[in-house]
Design a protein around this ligand. Structure first.
Ligand code: GDP
Ligand code: IMO
Ligand code: MG
Length: 423
């Protein structure tokens, strides 16, 4: 049986957690393929709210095996705390599988993330300070330490020492920090090893066997297309590939296994951290979106910047991911706005861009070209069938379809598991 990818089509926080939770019901495996505990995925079931940062959103279903793929970076301390958190909520984390090839986030990565941001001053990226960028930097410079290294204590200690030779010079001489002790770090991490051992696996092999046995695999992206290191608004991006290609690399499966790419897009758009944002609303309207949408970061509590839906960016996401269907979330939030706008193009110095511009400076200087759409002025949170949505709400969704060429297969009208409409 094939695998399906669920990924963010904007700047993250599109509602991937709730979407993954929905499809997890009919999946055997749910795989996080990139990122780390910079992600915050919220799932609401009844009056229970669960925020996950690293454990895949499939963990709620007892029949589902949650997998952390090799494309992820794992902070073992955070992961163990999260396993304990879910266990405390009556959810069994024992099925969790972690790729032996995933890289570890080390204490010096967290430290470097924080101090490097501070030194950037006005050019800050606004990272989550979880050590994500420095951990991926080490991975690509081939000085990273992987989950499997925990199981050879001698080698592990050596690797930490070698890494700190270099990192301590950086911390003390460049960033004016105290050096870190390799022995203390190694002792701490080796204590995590036993706890994680039952979960460590060759996850690519696991998925290969699952797919051969006709089981359903769901690949859950973190962050979003515009935060992709290759395809996002660089350098205001994360250090991994949330796009569809990253799903294959990060899970260790081939393209022939994929039967669909579900792009998750909010009915409006948000971004947390710095970087260009053409449809940002820096006025009362934007503030209302933040308040009504509860747009505060799951991980850092930061206020998210909000704005109207950007179809130039969404078309781009459709293209770079090969999105086959869209899942539009938070349509209910737009019920509060009597008049709606959607950006269909950007304009700068008389030049019009309907495709995402090649030159990123355009994103800073452009004026979005909006189309006005009617609001629906009614509560849609209890609607469960597409035909019961107000005409204006359907027109809004059909406008998205017309301009992206992709079907909106699902719409959610509230955070709760059942507040969604499938078509
Ligand atoms: P993710 O990072 O993509 O998983 O998204 P987050 O969980 O960080 O942010 C999405 C937020 O919107 C969460 O608080 C969800 O509970 C909430 N949410 C998701 N879908 C809907 C929806 O259709 N309506 C409303 N009102 N809230 C939603
Ligand atoms: P989910 O999975 C929204 C942003 C940060 C910052 C940039 C780089 O919940 O959608 P990093 O710590 O990754 O080096 O920060 O990326 N960012 C996110 N924004 N949702 C996320 O995850 C994000 N993860 C990282 O705010 O701008
Ligand atoms: Mg989030």
């Amino acid at each position: 049986m094939p695998a399906t990818i669920v990924l963010g089509a904007q700047w993250g926080d599109e509602g991937k957690g709730r979407v993954t939770d929905h499809f997890a019901e009919s999946s055997d495996y749910v795989v996080r393929y990139q990122g780390g505990n910079n992600a915050g995925h919220t799932i609401v079931v009844g009056d229970q709210k669960l925020a996950l940062s690293l454990i895949p959103s499939g963990v709620l279903y007892p029949h589902c095996v949650p997998v952390i793929g090799s494309g992820c970076v794992v902070d073992p301390k955070v992961l163990i705390a999260e396993m304990e958190m879910v266990a405390g909520r009556g959810i069994d984390p024992s099925r969790l599988r972690i790729s032996a090839n995933a890289h570890l986030i080390m204490p010096y990565h967290r430290k470097l993330d924080a101090v490097m941001e501070r030194y950037l001053g006005n050019n800050q990226i606004g990272t989550t300070k979880r050590g994500i960028g420095p951990a991926y930097t080490d991975k690509y410079s081939r000085t990273g330490i992987r989950v499997q290294d925990l199981y050879d204590p001698g080698i592990f200690r050596k690797k930490v020492e070698t890494a700190l030779d270099d990192k301590n010079r950086l911390l003390t001489r460049v960033y004016n920090q105290l050096p870190m002790d390799p022995g203390i770090i190694a002792d701490e991490y080796l204590r995590y090893a036993d706890r994680l051992l039952p979960h460590v696996a060759d996850t690519s092999l696991l998925l290969w066997e699952a797919l051969r046995a006709d089981q359903r695999v769901l690949l859950e992206g973190a962050q979003g297309t515009l935060l992709d290191i290759d395809h996002g608004t660089y350098p205001f991006v994360t250090s991994s590939n949330p796009t569809a290609g990253g799903a294959l690399v990060g899970a260790g499966i081939g393209p022939g296994e994929i039967d669909g790419v579900i792009g998750v897009a909010k009915a409006y758009i948000s971004r947390v951290g710095t970087g260009p944002f053409p449809t940002e609303l820096s006025d009362d309207l934007g503030n209302r979106m933040v308040e009504l949408g509860g747009e505060f970061g799951t991980v850092t509590g930061r206020r998210r910047r909000c704005g109207w839906l950007d179809l130039v960016a969404l078309r781009y996401a459709v293209r770079v991911n090969g999105i086959t269907q869209l899942f539009v979330t938070k349509l209910d939030i737009l019920s509060h706005f009597p008049k709606l706008q959607i950006a269909v193009a950007y304009e700068v110095d008389g030049e019009k861009f309907t495709d995402f511009p090649r030159q990123q400076s355009v994103l800073y200087h452009c004026r979005p070209v909006y189309e006005d759409l009617a609001g629906w002025n009614s509560d849609i949170s209890a609607v469960r069938r597409y035909q019961d949505l107000p005409l204006a709400a359907r027109a809004y969704l059909e406008f998205i379809e017309e301009h992206t060429g992709v079907k909106v297969g699902w719409v959610s009208v509230g955070p709760e598991r059942h507040q969604l409409i499938g078509r």
